[in-house]
Design a protein around this ligand. Structure first.
Ligand SMILES: Cc1cc2nc3c(=O)[nH]c(=O)nc-3n(C[C@H](O)[C@H](O)[C@H](O)COP(=O)(O)OP(=O)(O)OC[C@H]3O[C@@H](n4cnc5c(N)ncnc54)[C@H](O)[C@@H]3O)c2cc1C
Length: 374
């Protein structure tokens, strides 16, 4: 019988050993205080642990996405900012592997796997978020370059990245979908401006202006006609739920620790709430690993991924909100535990929006239910 669920295996203990090494301990400390995880990622990359699911020739270990789930869990467990991993490795790197020309894959992917270069997602625009088919950033193709003009918003970690995966539109597509193309641009190209925009929590968003930015034609990831199908095929990669679950698991540990400090861990309402959140966490983990497992087996698990992303992000937001209200206390931010709980409460609502909003996940599920019933 075909297996549909597998546990991460030996990587877990290898990662625990890695994070106990002095160089990793120092890099983790720096990542937490400076919100810059790149030194940690570089150390992981040297061991081929940053993207273990990728082929060995490209800097991975020929492993599975299920095994790579251990990386997300271990980063979150240590409060190492994981968004750069989610965006550069889990989203852009995996998309390149599944659809970019071989020359681009061999040039870029090993650097992403090594933690020597990072790539941001430049999809959202002031007028295009949930519905990416309404993107208006223009792409004009001339003899040797694609010229981009437009504005991208809500990018996270952009200022830490060398590359940006940009969704843009050429003129003349028959439908809103087949005029779209994907290009990987160098963010230091003349005409690119990156402006940080404060968010509610520690990591800023970025607005990226694109003014006649010339991108060599060799950097086209998917030409018109191929970009939208590639996006649809790879949507599940940013919706596995593993990163949302992993952060929720860490926040659960913080809640339990805080309840102990306040000496209310045995109060009936606290006990009941922690019990319920614990059960939901186990369900979120199961959903996330089932989705990763389906991706490993080459299935396009769109509804499964939508369920997993929706469930884990709603859980994370509920848990962070409850912890902050019931256990946040009045201590000032100098107390590290209270600080982490407040950061979680500020960050969590965005998890209901990033990677596709909860409403859009429910729409995908509703569509699948109606389709299935018909
Ligand atoms: C933390 C965070 C990180 C992000 N990181 C990135 C990034 O790195 N790169 C990037 O390009 N973008 C990023 N985004 C942007 C994100 O992808 C968009 O915010 C998201 O897709 C929603 O788009 P929107 O903000 O334009 O809202 P809209 O699409 O305008 O939606 C507004 C509201 O209407 C609802 N809605 C819209 N359409 C429907 C519908 N058909 N049915 C029912 N309800 C609907 C939505 O659920 C939402 O509640 C990030 C956002 C957040 C919060």
């Amino acid at each position: 019988m075909r297996s549909t669920f597998a546990e991460p295996d030996s990587l877990d203990s290898e990662l625990v050993g890695f994070f106990a090494e002095p160089a990793a301990v120092a890099a983790v400390r720096q990542a937490r205080t400076e919100r810059d995880p790149r030194p940690v990622y570089r150390l992981l990359g040297e061991r081929r642990l940053l993207a273990p699911a990728w082929p060995e020739r490209l800097g991975g270990r020929d492993g599975s996405l299920v095994q790579a789930g251990a990386v997300a869990e271990q980063l979150a467990a240590r409060d190492v900012p994981d968004l750069l991993h989610v965006i550069s490795v889990q989203t852009v790197g995996n998309l390149l592997l599944r659809g970019a020309p071989e020359s681009l894959v061999t040039e870029i992917v090993p650097r992403l796997a090594a933690g020597r270069a990072f790539a941001a997602v430049l999809f959202t625009e002031p007028g295009a978020g949930s519905d990416l088919s309404s993107v208006i950033t223009s792409a004009i193709v001339d003899d040797d370059a694609v010229v981009l003009h437009g504005e991208k918003v809500y990018g996270l970690v952009t200022s830490l990245c060398q590359h940006g995966l940009c969704l843009a539109r050429v003129e003349g597509g028959r439908t809103p979908y087949d005029g779209l193309m994907l290009v990987l641009l160098d963010l230091t190209t003349p005409g690119v401006t990156i402006t940080p925009v404060p968010s509610a929590w520690a990591d800023p968003f970025h607005r990226v202006g694109l003014e006649d930015v010339r991108v060599p034609r060799g950097r086209v990831v998917a030409p018109p006609g191929q970009a939208w199908p590639l996006l649809l095929r790879t949507l599940a990669l940013e919706r596995t739920g593993i990163d949302y679950y992993s952060r929720a698991r860490r926040w659960y540990a913080l809640a339990r620790e805080r309840a102990e400090v306040l000496e209310i861990a045995g109060d009936a309402d606290v006990l009941a709430a922690l019990g319920r959140f614990g059960a939901r966490l186990n369900a979120a983990r199961l959903l996330a690993y089932r989705t990763l497992s389906a991706l490993d087996e080459g299935e396009p698990p769109d509804e499964m991924a939508a369920t997993s992303k929706w469930y884990a992000s709603e859980l994370a937001a509920d848990l962070a909100g409850w912890t902050s209200l019931r256990l946040g206390g009045t201590a000032d931010d100098a107390d590290p535990l209270t600080h982490l709980i407040r950061e979680a409460a500020l960050e969590a609502p965005g998890m209901r929006i990033s990677g596709g909003t909860s409403e859009m996940m429910l729409r995908t599920l509703a569509g699948a239910c109606i389709g299935g019933a018909g």
